[in-house]
Design a protein around this ligand. Structure first.
Ligand SMILES: Cc1ncc(COP(=O)(O)O)c(C=O)c1O
Length: 408
Protein backbone atom coordinates (compact mmCIF):
# COMPACT_ATOMS: atom_id res chain seq x y z
CA UNK A 1 0.00 0.00 0.00
CA UNK A 2 1.32 3.47 -0.85
CA UNK A 3 1.97 5.37 2.40
CA UNK A 4 3.60 8.61 1.28
CA UNK A 5 1.54 9.98 -1.54
CA UNK A 6 3.19 13.40 -1.38
CA UNK A 7 6.43 12.08 -2.94
CA UNK A 8 4.42 10.98 -5.96
CA UNK A 9 2.56 14.22 -6.56
CA UNK A 10 3.83 16.47 -9.34
CA UNK A 11 5.96 19.54 -8.57
CA UNK A 12 3.15 21.69 -9.92
CA UNK A 13 0.60 20.49 -7.40
CA UNK A 14 2.64 19.11 -4.46
CA UNK A 15 2.88 22.35 -2.49
CA UNK A 16 -0.46 23.78 -3.57
CA UNK A 17 -2.88 23.64 -0.66
CA UNK A 18 -6.05 24.77 -2.30
CA UNK A 19 -7.85 27.97 -3.00
CA UNK A 20 -7.89 30.11 0.16
CA UNK A 21 -11.31 31.60 -0.59
CA UNK A 22 -12.73 28.09 -1.12
CA UNK A 23 -11.43 27.02 2.31
CA UNK A 24 -12.81 30.14 3.96
CA UNK A 25 -16.27 29.62 2.48
CA UNK A 26 -16.46 26.30 4.32
CA UNK A 27 -15.59 28.03 7.57
CA UNK A 28 -18.32 30.64 7.32
CA UNK A 29 -21.36 28.51 6.58
CA UNK A 30 -23.17 29.18 9.89
CA UNK A 31 -26.48 30.95 9.21
CA UNK A 32 -25.94 33.82 11.68
CA UNK A 33 -22.82 35.01 9.84
CA UNK A 34 -23.27 37.87 7.39
CA UNK A 35 -20.77 37.14 4.66
CA UNK A 36 -19.28 39.63 2.26
CA UNK A 37 -16.81 36.96 1.16
CA UNK A 38 -17.94 35.07 -1.97
CA UNK A 39 -18.29 36.72 -5.37
CA UNK A 40 -21.74 35.39 -6.12
CA UNK A 41 -24.45 37.10 -8.15
CA UNK A 42 -27.77 37.46 -6.35
CA UNK A 43 -30.21 34.70 -7.32
CA UNK A 44 -32.81 37.50 -7.46
CA UNK A 45 -31.30 38.35 -10.85
CA UNK A 46 -31.53 34.86 -12.37
CA UNK A 47 -34.00 34.78 -15.30
CA UNK A 48 -36.01 31.98 -13.71
CA UNK A 49 -39.03 31.95 -16.01
CA UNK A 50 -36.76 31.88 -19.05
CA UNK A 51 -34.77 28.97 -17.55
CA UNK A 52 -38.00 26.96 -17.05
CA UNK A 53 -39.18 27.72 -20.57
CA UNK A 54 -35.82 26.90 -22.13
CA UNK A 55 -35.48 23.65 -20.17
CA UNK A 56 -38.93 22.48 -21.30
CA UNK A 57 -38.18 23.33 -24.91
CA UNK A 58 -34.73 21.68 -24.89
CA UNK A 59 -36.05 18.42 -23.40
CA UNK A 60 -39.07 18.35 -25.67
CA UNK A 61 -37.13 18.99 -28.84
CA UNK A 62 -33.88 17.10 -28.31
CA UNK A 63 -33.72 14.91 -25.22
CA UNK A 64 -31.26 12.47 -26.77
CA UNK A 65 -28.99 14.98 -28.46
CA UNK A 66 -28.66 17.18 -25.43
CA UNK A 67 -26.99 14.37 -23.45
CA UNK A 68 -24.49 13.46 -26.19
CA UNK A 69 -20.86 14.45 -26.63
CA UNK A 70 -20.65 17.63 -28.65
CA UNK A 71 -18.23 19.66 -30.70
CA UNK A 72 -15.03 20.60 -28.82
CA UNK A 73 -14.88 24.32 -29.69
CA UNK A 74 -18.56 24.65 -28.73
CA UNK A 75 -22.03 24.39 -30.26
CA UNK A 76 -22.40 26.38 -33.49
CA UNK A 77 -25.68 27.90 -32.28
CA UNK A 78 -24.03 29.25 -29.12
CA UNK A 79 -20.98 30.50 -31.00
CA UNK A 80 -23.23 32.39 -33.43
CA UNK A 81 -25.24 33.88 -30.55
CA UNK A 82 -22.07 35.00 -28.78
CA UNK A 83 -20.75 36.58 -31.99
CA UNK A 84 -24.02 38.60 -32.24
CA UNK A 85 -23.88 39.48 -28.53
CA UNK A 86 -20.31 40.81 -28.85
CA UNK A 87 -21.32 43.00 -31.81
CA UNK A 88 -23.43 45.03 -29.36
CA UNK A 89 -20.16 45.80 -27.54
CA UNK A 90 -18.36 46.80 -30.76
CA UNK A 91 -16.44 43.52 -31.04
CA UNK A 92 -16.55 41.87 -34.46
CA UNK A 93 -15.24 38.34 -34.63
CA UNK A 94 -15.72 35.16 -36.63
CA UNK A 95 -16.10 31.55 -35.62
CA UNK A 96 -12.33 30.96 -35.79
CA UNK A 97 -11.82 33.61 -33.07
CA UNK A 98 -13.84 31.93 -30.33
CA UNK A 99 -13.71 28.96 -28.01
CA UNK A 100 -16.56 28.07 -25.64
CA UNK A 101 -15.09 27.32 -22.20
CA UNK A 102 -16.50 25.66 -19.10
CA UNK A 103 -16.47 28.96 -17.11
CA UNK A 104 -14.27 32.01 -16.76
CA UNK A 105 -11.93 30.07 -14.49
CA UNK A 106 -11.50 27.43 -17.20
CA UNK A 107 -10.73 30.18 -19.72
CA UNK A 108 -8.02 31.53 -17.42
CA UNK A 109 -6.57 28.07 -16.82
CA UNK A 110 -6.38 27.37 -20.56
CA UNK A 111 -4.59 30.70 -21.08
CA UNK A 112 -1.98 29.88 -18.43
CA UNK A 113 -1.40 26.44 -19.93
CA UNK A 114 -1.01 27.91 -23.40
CA UNK A 115 1.68 30.45 -22.58
CA UNK A 116 3.55 29.59 -19.41
CA UNK A 117 6.58 27.43 -18.74
CA UNK A 118 7.99 27.22 -15.21
CA UNK A 119 9.92 30.41 -14.45
CA UNK A 120 8.22 32.52 -17.14
CA UNK A 121 6.91 35.84 -15.91
CA UNK A 122 3.44 37.38 -16.01
CA UNK A 123 2.65 41.04 -15.43
CA UNK A 124 -0.33 41.60 -13.12
CA UNK A 125 -1.92 44.27 -10.96
CA UNK A 126 -1.45 44.41 -7.23
CA UNK A 127 -4.04 43.34 -6.14
CA UNK A 128 -5.60 41.14 -8.82
CA UNK A 129 -8.12 38.29 -9.15
CA UNK A 130 -7.00 35.45 -6.86
CA UNK A 131 -8.54 32.80 -9.14
CA UNK A 132 -6.17 33.89 -11.92
CA UNK A 133 -3.20 33.73 -9.56
CA UNK A 134 -4.00 30.16 -8.50
CA UNK A 135 -4.73 29.04 -12.07
CA UNK A 136 -1.47 30.49 -13.43
CA UNK A 137 0.40 29.15 -10.40
CA UNK A 138 -0.13 25.62 -11.73
CA UNK A 139 2.48 26.48 -14.37
CA UNK A 140 4.86 27.89 -11.69
CA UNK A 141 5.52 31.29 -13.28
CA UNK A 142 6.96 34.35 -11.59
CA UNK A 143 4.41 37.05 -10.92
CA UNK A 144 5.49 40.63 -11.43
CA UNK A 145 2.91 42.80 -9.71
CA UNK A 146 2.54 46.58 -9.99
CA UNK A 147 0.30 48.52 -7.61
CA UNK A 148 -3.01 49.42 -9.24
CA UNK A 149 -4.04 53.10 -9.31
CA UNK A 150 -7.46 54.75 -8.86
CA UNK A 151 -7.87 54.95 -12.65
CA UNK A 152 -6.70 51.42 -13.40
CA UNK A 153 -3.47 49.47 -13.92
CA UNK A 154 -0.24 51.42 -13.56
CA UNK A 155 0.86 51.26 -17.19
CA UNK A 156 3.99 53.38 -16.58
CA UNK A 157 4.91 50.86 -13.89
CA UNK A 158 4.38 47.98 -16.38
CA UNK A 159 6.60 49.82 -18.91
CA UNK A 160 9.37 50.42 -16.38
CA UNK A 161 9.37 46.74 -15.40
CA UNK A 162 9.55 45.62 -19.03
CA UNK A 163 12.43 48.03 -19.73
CA UNK A 164 14.24 46.81 -16.63
CA UNK A 165 13.91 43.18 -17.77
CA UNK A 166 15.07 44.06 -21.26
CA UNK A 167 18.07 45.98 -19.96
CA UNK A 168 19.14 42.98 -17.85
CA UNK A 169 18.71 40.70 -20.89
CA UNK A 170 15.91 38.86 -19.12
CA UNK A 171 13.00 37.27 -21.00
CA UNK A 172 9.97 39.55 -21.23
CA UNK A 173 6.64 38.64 -19.57
CA UNK A 174 4.61 36.13 -21.57
CA UNK A 175 1.47 38.24 -21.15
CA UNK A 176 -0.12 41.05 -19.17
CA UNK A 177 -3.25 40.01 -17.26
CA UNK A 178 -5.80 42.75 -16.47
CA UNK A 179 -9.44 43.07 -15.42
CA UNK A 180 -10.15 46.57 -16.78
CA UNK A 181 -13.84 46.86 -15.85
CA UNK A 182 -14.75 46.93 -12.14
CA UNK A 183 -11.75 44.86 -11.23
CA UNK A 184 -11.97 41.96 -8.82
CA UNK A 185 -11.03 42.68 -6.02
CA UNK A 186 -10.64 46.47 -6.10
CA UNK A 187 -13.72 47.50 -8.12
CA UNK A 188 -11.47 49.89 -10.10
CA UNK A 189 -11.99 50.64 -13.83
CA UNK A 190 -9.16 51.41 -16.25
CA UNK A 191 -9.59 54.77 -17.99
CA UNK A 192 -9.66 54.94 -21.79
CA UNK A 193 -6.27 56.59 -22.22
CA UNK A 194 -4.59 53.84 -20.19
CA UNK A 195 -6.24 51.17 -22.36
CA UNK A 196 -4.71 52.78 -25.46
CA UNK A 197 -1.28 53.15 -23.83
CA UNK A 198 -1.41 49.53 -22.69
CA UNK A 199 -2.01 48.55 -26.32
CA UNK A 200 0.98 50.69 -27.40
CA UNK A 201 3.08 48.80 -24.89
CA UNK A 202 1.80 45.46 -26.14
CA UNK A 203 2.73 46.40 -29.73
CA UNK A 204 6.10 47.83 -28.84
CA UNK A 205 7.26 44.76 -26.93
CA UNK A 206 5.13 42.01 -28.55
CA UNK A 207 3.43 41.05 -25.31
CA UNK A 208 -0.19 39.87 -25.51
CA UNK A 209 -2.80 41.43 -23.23
CA UNK A 210 -5.20 39.07 -21.48
CA UNK A 211 -8.37 41.08 -20.83
CA UNK A 212 -10.64 39.34 -18.32
CA UNK A 213 -14.15 40.82 -18.58
CA UNK A 214 -16.74 39.12 -16.38
CA UNK A 215 -18.38 42.35 -15.18
CA UNK A 216 -18.51 44.58 -18.30
CA UNK A 217 -22.30 44.45 -18.60
CA UNK A 218 -22.72 45.38 -14.93
CA UNK A 219 -22.13 49.15 -14.93
CA UNK A 220 -24.30 51.11 -12.48
CA UNK A 221 -23.15 54.66 -13.19
CA UNK A 222 -20.83 56.61 -15.51
CA UNK A 223 -20.18 55.98 -19.20
CA UNK A 224 -19.06 52.68 -20.64
CA UNK A 225 -15.43 52.60 -21.80
CA UNK A 226 -14.53 50.53 -24.90
CA UNK A 227 -12.98 47.15 -24.17
CA UNK A 228 -9.26 46.80 -24.92
CA UNK A 229 -10.20 44.07 -27.42
CA UNK A 230 -12.43 46.47 -29.39
CA UNK A 231 -9.78 49.21 -29.31
CA UNK A 232 -7.26 46.71 -30.66
CA UNK A 233 -9.64 45.83 -33.51
CA UNK A 234 -9.59 49.50 -34.56
CA UNK A 235 -5.84 49.05 -35.07
CA UNK A 236 -6.49 45.88 -37.12
CA UNK A 237 -4.67 43.99 -34.42
CA UNK A 238 -5.24 40.84 -32.44
CA UNK A 239 -2.86 41.31 -29.56
CA UNK A 240 -5.66 40.90 -27.03
CA UNK A 241 -7.17 37.70 -25.70
CA UNK A 242 -10.62 38.32 -24.22
CA UNK A 243 -11.94 36.11 -21.41
CA UNK A 244 -15.68 36.10 -20.70
CA UNK A 245 -18.12 34.14 -18.54
CA UNK A 246 -21.88 33.66 -18.26
CA UNK A 247 -21.48 33.44 -14.47
CA UNK A 248 -22.19 37.05 -13.57
CA UNK A 249 -24.59 37.99 -16.37
CA UNK A 250 -26.72 34.83 -16.40
CA UNK A 251 -25.99 32.22 -13.70
CA UNK A 252 -22.72 30.70 -12.41
CA UNK A 253 -24.29 27.23 -12.27
CA UNK A 254 -24.19 26.92 -16.06
CA UNK A 255 -20.35 26.96 -15.84
CA UNK A 256 -19.86 28.38 -19.30
CA UNK A 257 -17.81 31.18 -20.78
CA UNK A 258 -15.82 31.99 -23.91
CA UNK A 259 -12.30 33.01 -24.87
CA UNK A 260 -11.76 35.17 -27.96
CA UNK A 261 -8.59 35.99 -29.84
CA UNK A 262 -6.35 35.37 -32.82
CA UNK A 263 -7.28 32.17 -34.74
CA UNK A 264 -3.88 30.60 -33.98
CA UNK A 265 -4.39 31.22 -30.26
CA UNK A 266 -7.92 29.82 -30.36
CA UNK A 267 -6.76 26.76 -32.30
CA UNK A 268 -4.18 25.95 -29.60
CA UNK A 269 -6.74 26.60 -26.86
CA UNK A 270 -9.03 24.06 -28.56
CA UNK A 271 -6.16 21.54 -28.39
CA UNK A 272 -5.87 22.17 -24.64
CA UNK A 273 -9.62 21.83 -24.14
CA UNK A 274 -9.42 18.53 -26.04
CA UNK A 275 -6.95 17.30 -23.45
CA UNK A 276 -8.73 18.47 -20.33
CA UNK A 277 -12.54 18.73 -20.43
CA UNK A 278 -13.05 17.69 -24.07
CA UNK A 279 -16.39 19.43 -24.55
CA UNK A 280 -18.85 21.65 -22.74
CA UNK A 281 -22.24 20.25 -21.68
CA UNK A 282 -24.72 20.72 -24.51
CA UNK A 283 -27.63 21.20 -22.10
CA UNK A 284 -25.89 24.24 -20.57
CA UNK A 285 -24.86 25.57 -23.97
CA UNK A 286 -28.44 25.33 -25.22
CA UNK A 287 -29.63 27.21 -22.11
CA UNK A 288 -27.14 30.01 -22.81
CA UNK A 289 -28.13 30.12 -26.48
CA UNK A 290 -31.78 30.40 -25.49
CA UNK A 291 -30.86 33.16 -23.00
CA UNK A 292 -28.98 35.19 -25.61
CA UNK A 293 -31.55 34.69 -28.37
CA UNK A 294 -34.80 35.08 -26.43
CA UNK A 295 -34.00 37.82 -23.93
CA UNK A 296 -34.29 41.53 -24.48
CA UNK A 297 -30.74 41.95 -23.21
CA UNK A 298 -30.87 45.74 -22.96
CA UNK A 299 -33.87 45.55 -20.67
CA UNK A 300 -32.50 42.58 -18.75
CA UNK A 301 -29.16 44.28 -18.06
CA UNK A 302 -30.91 47.53 -17.16
CA UNK A 303 -33.03 45.68 -14.58
CA UNK A 304 -29.99 43.98 -13.06
CA UNK A 305 -28.01 47.22 -13.07
CA UNK A 306 -30.85 48.95 -11.18
CA UNK A 307 -30.93 46.07 -8.70
CA UNK A 308 -27.17 46.12 -7.99
CA UNK A 309 -26.91 49.93 -8.07
CA UNK A 310 -29.21 50.09 -5.07
CA UNK A 311 -27.04 47.61 -3.19
CA UNK A 312 -23.91 49.56 -4.05
CA UNK A 313 -25.51 52.79 -2.80
CA UNK A 314 -26.56 51.14 0.47
CA UNK A 315 -23.03 49.79 0.86
CA UNK A 316 -21.38 53.17 0.34
CA UNK A 317 -23.86 54.94 2.65
CA UNK A 318 -23.31 52.31 5.37
CA UNK A 319 -19.53 52.53 5.00
CA UNK A 320 -19.72 56.32 5.40
CA UNK A 321 -21.92 55.88 8.47
CA UNK A 322 -20.07 53.10 10.28
CA UNK A 323 -16.45 53.26 9.05
CA UNK A 324 -16.20 56.94 8.09
CA UNK A 325 -15.16 57.98 11.57
CA UNK A 326 -11.94 55.95 11.66
CA UNK A 327 -8.59 57.48 10.67
CA UNK A 328 -6.70 55.78 7.84
CA UNK A 329 -9.68 53.69 6.76
CA UNK A 330 -10.74 54.15 3.14
CA UNK A 331 -12.53 52.30 0.34
CA UNK A 332 -12.81 52.39 -3.43
CA UNK A 333 -15.95 53.72 -5.15
CA UNK A 334 -16.76 51.28 -7.96
CA UNK A 335 -19.04 52.18 -10.86
CA UNK A 336 -20.09 48.57 -11.37
CA UNK A 337 -19.22 44.95 -10.68
CA UNK A 338 -19.53 43.10 -7.39
CA UNK A 339 -16.72 44.31 -5.11
CA UNK A 340 -15.07 47.14 -3.30
CA UNK A 341 -11.71 47.23 -1.57
CA UNK A 342 -11.24 48.51 1.94
CA UNK A 343 -7.90 49.71 3.29
CA UNK A 344 -7.35 49.61 7.04
CA UNK A 345 -4.51 51.12 9.08
CA UNK A 346 -1.20 49.32 8.46
CA UNK A 347 -1.13 47.77 11.93
CA UNK A 348 -4.21 45.64 11.16
CA UNK A 349 -3.54 42.26 9.58
CA UNK A 350 -6.84 41.42 7.89
CA UNK A 351 -6.22 37.65 8.01
CA UNK A 352 -6.13 37.86 11.83
CA UNK A 353 -8.94 40.41 11.76
CA UNK A 354 -11.04 37.97 9.71
CA UNK A 355 -11.12 35.41 12.53
CA UNK A 356 -11.96 38.10 15.10
CA UNK A 357 -14.73 39.48 12.88
CA UNK A 358 -16.24 36.02 12.40
CA UNK A 359 -15.95 34.92 16.02
CA UNK A 360 -16.83 38.16 17.77
CA UNK A 361 -19.19 39.94 15.36
CA UNK A 362 -20.37 37.18 12.98
CA UNK A 363 -19.33 39.04 9.85
CA UNK A 364 -16.98 37.77 7.11
CA UNK A 365 -14.99 39.15 4.15
CA UNK A 366 -11.93 38.07 2.16
CA UNK A 367 -8.56 39.16 3.59
CA UNK A 368 -6.72 41.14 0.92
CA UNK A 369 -3.51 39.12 1.01
CA UNK A 370 -4.91 36.40 -1.28
CA UNK A 371 -5.05 38.88 -4.16
CA UNK A 372 -1.28 39.31 -4.56
CA UNK A 373 1.03 37.24 -6.76
CA UNK A 374 3.96 37.98 -4.45
CA UNK A 375 4.79 40.02 -1.36
CA UNK A 376 1.20 40.63 -0.22
CA UNK A 377 -0.03 43.72 1.57
CA UNK A 378 -1.88 42.68 4.71
CA UNK A 379 -4.09 45.62 5.62
CA UNK A 380 -6.82 45.39 2.97
CA UNK A 381 -10.02 43.42 2.60
CA UNK A 382 -12.45 42.67 -0.23
CA UNK A 383 -16.11 43.31 0.34
CA UNK A 384 -18.77 41.80 -1.93
CA UNK A 385 -22.02 43.74 -2.19
CA UNK A 386 -23.91 41.76 -4.86
CA UNK A 387 -25.04 38.79 -2.78
CA UNK A 388 -26.02 39.98 0.74
CA UNK A 389 -29.57 41.26 1.11
CA UNK A 390 -30.04 45.01 1.60
CA UNK A 391 -30.65 44.65 5.37
CA UNK A 392 -27.61 42.40 5.66
CA UNK A 393 -25.45 44.99 3.92
CA UNK A 394 -26.39 47.60 6.54
CA UNK A 395 -26.13 45.26 9.53
CA UNK A 396 -22.93 43.59 8.30
CA UNK A 397 -21.11 46.88 7.79
CA UNK A 398 -22.28 48.02 11.24
CA UNK A 399 -20.74 44.83 12.67
CA UNK A 400 -17.53 45.49 10.76
CA UNK A 401 -17.43 48.97 12.33
CA UNK A 402 -17.98 47.47 15.82
CA UNK A 403 -15.11 45.06 15.28
CA UNK A 404 -12.80 47.81 14.04
CA UNK A 405 -13.63 49.94 17.08
CA UNK A 406 -12.54 47.10 19.37
CA UNK A 407 -9.29 46.35 17.58
CA UNK A 408 -7.97 49.67 16.34
C1 LIG B 1 -12.10 38.61 -12.70
C2 LIG B 1 -12.74 37.25 -12.73
N1 LIG B 1 -12.40 36.40 -13.69
C3 LIG B 1 -12.94 35.18 -13.76
C4 LIG B 1 -13.86 34.75 -12.82
C5 LIG B 1 -14.34 33.33 -12.89
O1 LIG B 1 -15.63 33.21 -13.29
P1 LIG B 1 -16.36 31.82 -13.34
O2 LIG B 1 -17.27 31.78 -12.15
O3 LIG B 1 -17.09 31.79 -14.60
O4 LIG B 1 -15.34 30.73 -13.26
C6 LIG B 1 -14.25 35.61 -11.80
C7 LIG B 1 -15.18 35.16 -10.78
O5 LIG B 1 -15.30 35.66 -9.70
C8 LIG B 1 -13.68 36.90 -11.75
O6 LIG B 1 -14.00 37.79 -10.81
Amino acid sequence: MIKIWKDLFSDNIGDFEGYTIGKMLKYIKEPDIISFAPGMPSPDTFPKEMIRKASDAILRENLEGVFQYTSIPGEDSLIESVIDFLKTDDINIKKENILITNSGQHGIDITGRLFLNPGDSVLIDRPTFSGAIVAFQMERPQFIGINIEDDGSNIDGFREKIKELKKGDNPLPKFIYVVPDFQNPAGITMKLQKREILLDLSYKYNIPIVEDSPYRALRYCGDSIPSIFSLDQKRDGMNVIGLYTFSKIFAPGVRLGFNIGHPRVVEKMINIKEANVLNSPKWNQDLCTFFLKNTNLKEYFRKNQDYYRKKLEITITSLDKYLGKFDNVSWTKPEGGFFLWITLPKKINTMEFFYKAVEEERVAFVPGEVFYGENPEKNHLRLNFSYPKEEELKEGIKRLGNCLKKHL
